[in-house]
Design a protein around this ligand. Structure first.
Ligand SMILES: [Ca+2]
Ligand SMILES: [Ca+2]
Length: 623
């Protein structure tokens, strides 16, 4: 066991106990003003000491100015994989509706549903052929109306995916656009004749690449031109230089606002606009990428152009009008990223409530220790513009599951991290129970990203492993579907890892998750200050606090290492200490290693010697 003394010990300015003894009373001396003086002293004490003290100390009531997406947790549902209601092996809207009680019970506030619009499913719904209809696989518009009504009755908000960068190549706009260069839709997409090579041969106008590998230009026989696509060739990019396109997308927002949605998650927000000069993009020189792979280029001309932000502002304007009409604020989060953190943060200034913070989701893996987590926390919070709201996520439908990347021993610890940092957490379905990746053979691979990379490399990029059906119970297909075959296999470990099983234990991931959501309701965690310290490369601690002696404050300790540690909070670096000094004791309220045989929850701990076990997260409450 190691005992650590950390940093410089700041001089304690503790007031010595028993100060009142210093007051000397003179007995036996008559004083005619005595009573008046006592009354005056008491009054002064009340006015100048007790009233301010109480005002600053009394437990602070919840802030009423915060939105639901600030006080609550958002839960991402990948609709193909959440719940199948008609036994075809694919999840659907009726299925989601049937699980709203679960989501309410879990304690989340908003549900973000990935695309369910009409789509040929070349990219599982991110290729939309009708923005204003539901794909029959997922149900009908009336199913959506039922879902949103039921959600609102339960106090749950619904966030939907907006996919503005591209449509399906089966969308009416694209079919018209390619058929007739004189049609209204001719310039809805980005067309180019290409470069004439002679001998009747042509090549694309530049070296731009699509995300899924290969040129971003595909030749169309009908139109006799190349069209541009940042994703599969079945997903042509819309032309945002055309005001008619901007208006069409605004209309799709209106359509769903009128159906009562509470917010939008915007797909690939930085990719809306491309430079019109069509110059070649420079090489990135990042090792390991072939010349046909997206990250072999630096996306100077196709990513996060400044004018893109005007488009987001026009959407916020629409939401502001909606707010004025209905009194309802619309939440907007952008799927946005940038290598340059300042440019990433610029998405906070364009009408969105936030760009997603992908630092955890992109980077956390088994080589990442407490130092690495601490770096990501600092990077986001120190660069975030003032008065903006942070957000955190550890996974989504594009990333391997966090439990598989970090190791399943860390699933509880990671939920402690996700749910106690300042800002909005977004949970990918199944993370509340610590779901793991599935293995999928190349033959069974559904994801076009994986298929494009071929048999030898599909595992590097395929997103199928994190999209397996939700594990509800130990029955057939984990309770996800009655079908003989599900669209992706259910994880083989579902009989031991599922919602029902975990719900029967107060020591499970899901029980911890619910407790953390409850704990988030305390002002300190909901909107209080954060003081962090990296104690060793493996131990990260932070305090969430708010002023006032009656307000609960929390120390969160994450030990990602394999050794136990003893921490002395009375000897912490000065900048760590929110108070002049920590009290002597605190009480453990969360212990991720809790089992039926051993629990530290409720234990009083001396803050100058807090024992933390390997791979353990502890939350200690103090006042
Ligand atoms: Ca179904
Ligand atoms: Ca685009």
């Amino acid at each position: 066991m190691k005992r650590r003394q950390i940093g410089t010990v700041g001089k304690q300015t503790t007031t010595p106990e028993g100060n009142s003894n210093n007051v000397q009373h003179q007995e036996g001396v008559e004083c005619p003003w005595k009573e008046a003086l006592i009354v005056l002293s008491v009054s002064l004490l009340v006015v100048f000491v007790l009233v301010p003290l109480l005002a600053f100390s009394w437990p602070i009531p919840p802030r009423t100015d915060l939105h639901w997406w600030q006080t609550g947790v958002i839960y991402q549902v990948y609709p193909r994989s959440f719940q199948d209601s008609n036994s075809d092996g694919i999840g659907d809207l009726k299925g989601i509706e049937s699980r709203l009680d679960y989501l309410k019970w879990l304690g989340v506030s908003g549900v973000w549903i990935s695309p369910f619009y009409k789509s040929p499913m070349a990219d599982f719904g991110y290729d939309i052929s009708d923005y204003k209809d539901v794909d029959p696989i997922f149900g009908t518009l009336s199913d959506f109306d039922d879902l949103i009504k039921a959600a609102h009755e339960k106090g749950l908000k619904i966030i939907i995916d907006q996919v503005p960068n591209h449509t399906s190549n089966q969308h009416k706009w694209f079919l018209e656009s390619k058929k007739d260069p004189k049609s209204k839709y001719a310039d809805y997409y980005i067309w180019h004749k290409g470069i004439d090579m002679g001998n009747g041969k042509r090549k694309p106008p530049n070296n731009w690449l699509n995300f899924f590998k290969g040129s971003a230009w595909t030749w169309d026989e009908d139109r006799q031109a190349y069209y541009f696509h940042q994703f599969t060739k079945e997903q042509p990019d819309l032309n945002y230089r055309n005001p008619a396109v901007r208006q069409e997308i605004l209309d799709t927002f209106k359509f769903w606002l009128d159906r009562g949605v509470d917010g939008f998650r915007v797909d690939v927000a930085p990719l809306l606009l491309e430079e019109e000069h069509l110059k070649d993009e420079p090489l990135s020189n990042i090792p390991g990428f072939g010349s046909d792979e997206y990250f072999s280029l630096k996306h100077t001309y196709t990513h996060n152009l400044p004018e893109t932000h005007e488009i987001f502002r026009s959407w916020r304007k629409l939401f502001d009008d909606h707010l004025e009409k209905t009194g309802k604020y619309i939440y907007m989060v952008l799927e946005a990223w940038d290598d340059d953190i300042e440019k990433w943060m610029s998405f906070y200034h364009s009408g969105a409530d936030m760009p997603f913070n992908f630092l955890f989701a992109f980077n956390l893996n088994s080589t990442c220790n407490a130092k690495c987590i601490s770096n990501y926390v600092d990077t986001w919070l120190s660069n975030m513009p003032k008065k903006k709201w942070a957000n955190w996520l550890t996974g989504n439908h594009d990333q391997p599951r966090i439990g598989s990347r970090m190791g399943k021993q860390f699933t509880k610890l990671l939920n402690v991290l996700l749910l106690t940092l300042p800002g909005t957490p977004t949970t990918y379905y199944g993370e509340e129970i610590g779901m793991q990746n599935i293995e999928v053979s190349f033959e069974d691979t559904q994801d076009p990203f994986g298929r494009n990379y071929g048999k030898d490399r599909y595992q590097e990029v395929s997103r199928d492993p994190c999209r397996s059906p939700m594990q509800w119970n130990s029955e057939k297909n984990a309770g996800f579907s009655n079908s003989s075959k599900t669209w992706l296999p259910v994880h083989p470990g579902y009989k031991t890892l599922n919602v029902e099983k975990q719900n029967s234990s107060i020591y499970s991931d899901i029980s911890l998750y619910r407790e953390l959501i409850e704990l988030r309701q305390t002002p300190s965690i909901q909107y209080g200050s954060l003081n962090t310290t990296l104690i060793t490369d493996n131990v990260y601690t932070y305090v969430r606090w708010i002023k006032g002696v009656f307000n609960a404050k929390f120390i969160i300790i994450l030990n990602l290492g394999s050794e136990k540690e003893v921490l002395d909070f009375h000897n912490m670096p000065k900048n760590y200490r929110p108070l002049k000094h920590f009290p002597k004791k605190g009480k453990v309220v969360i212990d991720t290693l809790v089992t039926e045989h051993q629990s530290r929850v409720g234990e009083e701990v001396q803050l100058n010697q807090v024992l933390v076990m390997p791979e353990q997260a502890l939350i200690i409450r103090f006042y």
